[in-house]
Design a protein around this ligand. Structure first.
Ligand code: ZN
Ligand code: ZN
Length: 154
């Protein structure tokens, strides 16, 4: 099992909840001798540390998500810069926009480019894909939502 951004975010919210609980406890009056020094100074400081821990965990989740590379699993051929613009002939696919050609992938062969977007279709199904496949998907999807993964993390 490997650590996931979701796991770190869950820990972060536990730290935040704990910080809030400690603060709430410190705000309730304590039975102390008049003129005694505030015995809850350390507890308030602990709440600050917990808040700080939550922030650090959240930052770690973002960093982890950013560095994880997920290969695109789409199996239709695209130009990485222009999308669904390929013309295939004799085993070679050529982009109609930039003119670059590459061998036509075998049927069912996954794309493998890094995933940078997610698409949510009107039925709520989420598909993650690379920049080239997003361009192709935009051209054919109606009513789908396109979210860059960097934005989805915050
Ligand atoms: Zn192209
Ligand atoms: Zn792809």
């Amino acid at each position: 099992m490997t650590v996931t951004p979701a796991q770190l975010r869950a820990l972060a919210s536990r730290a935040e909840t704990l910080a809030a609980e400690v603060r709430a406890a410190c705000d309730t009056p304590a039975d102390v001798r008049p003129g005694a020094p505030d015995p809850l100074v350390g507890a308030r400081q602990a709440a600050d540390w917990l808040t700080r821990a939550g922030d650090d965990l959240r930052q770690a989740a973002t960093d982890l998500a950013r560095t994880q590379v997920e290969p695109c699993a789409m199996t239709w051929a695209v130009c990485p810069d222009h999308g669904n613009t390929l013309t295939s002939m004799a085993g070679v696919s050529t982009c109609r926009v930039c003119g670059r050609s590459r061998p036509t992938p075998r049927p069912g062969e996954p794309c493998g480019a890094p995933v940078t977007w997610k698409v949510i279709d009107p039925a709520g199904t989420e598909t993650r894909m690379c920049a080239g496949h997003i361009l192709g998907a935009r051209a054919v999807s109606h009513g789908a939502t396109f979210i860059p993964l960097d934005q989805a993390l915050t």
